[in-house]
Write a protein that binds this ligand. Structure first.
Ligand code: FES
Length: 210
């Protein structure tokens, strides 16, 4: 029985059809598998290798090169605190130290309940809101110890589920019209999303996400 779900397999085949060489679809298919499990399980790596015509070792070698792909389990929320220059000057290391104390883990570790993995990150390109961090690749900026604690509480309580889906989810809006769409469809989907955001009244998260 396949480890990857039938939905993931169907979407992987759609991706394969977009490229002249199956191996070119490797990274997006890895993201699909990570969306299913939160990380790349060995069974998923084997099935991806079969799909794209590579060995599992080649898939693992590629996946382990990229920060956005995880070959070991991570928490439901991957909290990445930027410690690069702009954030460092505005207290990133103090914030990271506070995050370690608040979550009860060292940088690089996952909380016992599996909710949070804490890591430090290079520049997240959000320097104007330093110090900043990402949670599952969503941005939060202008953080203080207090707003960090509030962010963790909101995540734990599920209050940010619409903005910060579980680790591995790249897109909040699933494309419903296959992978090739016309400009009018894209514009309509953006309008639909903007209307949904407006009626939700914003994220309400510390520092806001984008
Ligand atoms: S230095 Fe932190 S986002 Fe650029």
């Amino acid at each position: 029985m396949s480890h990857l779900s039938s939905d993931v397999m169907a979407r992987a085949r759609q991706l394969l059809a977009l490229y002249p060489h199956p191996r070119s679809a490797l990274i997006p298919i890895c993201h699909l598998a990570q969306e299913q499990d939160g990380w790349l399980r060995p069974q998923a790596i084997e099935e991806i290798a079969q799909l794209v015509g590579l060995t599992p070792a080649e898939v693992l070698g590629t996946a382990s090169f990229y920060d956005m792909l995880h070959t070991e389990p991570v928490g439901r929320y991957l909290v990445a605190v930027c410690t690069n220059i702009a954030c460092m000057l505005r207290g990133a290391y103090e914030l990271l130290e506070h995050a370690e104390e608040h979550l009860g883990v060292c940088t690089g570790a996952t909380t016992a309940d599996g909710m949070f993995t804490l890591e430090d990150a290079e520049c997240l390109a959000d320097c104007g809101r330093a110090p900043c961090l990402q949670v599952n690749h969503r941005f939060f900026g202008d953080l203080t110890n207090a707003t960090f604690d509030a962010l963790v509480a909101d995540l734990r309580a599920g209050r940010l589920d619409d903005d910060v889906p579980h680790h591995g989810t790249l897109l909040r809006v699933r494309r419903r019209h296959e992978l090739q769409v016309d400009d009018r469809t894209i514009a309509a989907e953006r309008q639909e999303r903007a209307a949904a955001d407006a009626s939700a009244g914003g994220a309400g998260a510390p520092g806001g996400s984008r």
